[in-house]
Design a protein around this ligand. Structure first.
Ligand SMILES: [Cu+2]
Length: 296
């Protein structure tokens, strides 16, 4: 009892911290989704916290209640002579139709969110945002930047397509983090972050090296996860409303270093991004360009 209370107390600060934090990476003790900074992730959080949690909670309670009734009323002691019937049409219709209705209710907002994720904004289409039962009320501007992410073995290569500049992004080991970027999360920090502007729609083109394997590009705070397939260009988009560092990981079992090819996206202000991309275009050197940004 004492040990359980001590364990609960030990966990509480971690839970409280995880709840307040807006860090774009997982926290010890966290058990909710990572904080959202895009309209798509708003939809995913609303879908999860709303219809999905209510559905599964009610279903669990219903099944639990049925089990308790069966155990109390129909055990051998309480009910020594069981009924012999094997069919009941009404009950069979109910237990077929009710799950179908439950699936339909879940499917409607789910397909809406999926369609939002897969449809590139054109400046006119409305998105669901945090209200997955709206028929669309969130404005999203058309993409102003195109980035191609290519899954390599085992790191990511990013190309600013219209600017014609590219760079590799590799994971930092613990010694490198301590030396170069102290405080950044283990197994997520990278040497070269993908730099994008805040409040700007970014078109992400996702592929993998032609001689390579399938990876997947995923950033939880943005609500994006797209397969990176050799010879195929998949597309998705995001529009981040807060500056900061956001981390993701390869999300397709791709080989020996699958766990060690994290994705680091740094969202900066628009003037900072202008300075960065101008320096990148002129120097064609990532290190020179990133030197224009404030230290992380
Ligand atoms: Cu991979």
């Amino acid at each position: 009892m004492g040990a359980a209370a001590a364990a609960a107390l030990a966990l509480m600060p971690a839970l409280a911290f995880a709840q307040q934090s807006s860090a774009g990476h997982p926290e010890p003790g966290q058990f909710h989704l990572q904080p959202s900074v895009t309209p798509i992730m708003d939809s995913i959080v609303a879908f999860h916290d709303g219809i999905l949690m209510w559905s599964i909670s009610l279903i669990v309670l219903l099944v639990l209640a049925l089990l308790v009734i069966v155990m109390v009323r129909f055990n051998a002691k309480a009910n020594p002579v069981p009924a012999r019937f094997t069919h009941n049409t009404l009950v069979e219709v109910i237990w077929t139709v009710v799950p179908i209705l439950a699936l339909v209710v879940i499917a409607i907002p789910s397909f809406g969110v999926l369609s939002d994720q897969m449809t590139m904004p054109d400046g006119e289409r409305k998105y669901l945002g945090a209200n997955v039962f709206s028929m669309g009320e969130v404005d999203v501007p058309a993409p102003a930047l195109t980035v191609k992410a290519s899954g390599e073995q085992w790191y990511w290569n990013y190309e600013y397509v219209d600017q014609g500049v590219a760079f590799d992004s590799n994971m930092l080991n613990e010694d490198e983090i301590a030396a170069l970027k102290p405080g950044q999360p283990r197994l997520l920090a990278v040497n070269n972050e993908l730099v994008v502007p805040v409040n700007t729609t970014v078109r992400m083109q996702i592929t993998a090296s032609p001689s390579g394997v399938i990876h997947a590009f995923a950033v939880p705070s943005f609500g994006i996860k797209v397969d990176a397939v050799p010879g195929r260009l998949n597309e998705t988009w995001f529009n981040a409303r807060e500056t900061g560092m956001y981390y993701g990981q390869c999300s397709e079992l791709c080989g020996k270093d699958h766990a060690f090819m994290p994705i680091g996206v740094r969202v900066v202000t628009e003037p900072e991004f202008e300075a960065f991309i101008t320096a990148f275009e002129e120097s064609r050197d990532y290190a020179t360009a990133v030197a224009t940004l404030p230290a992380l």
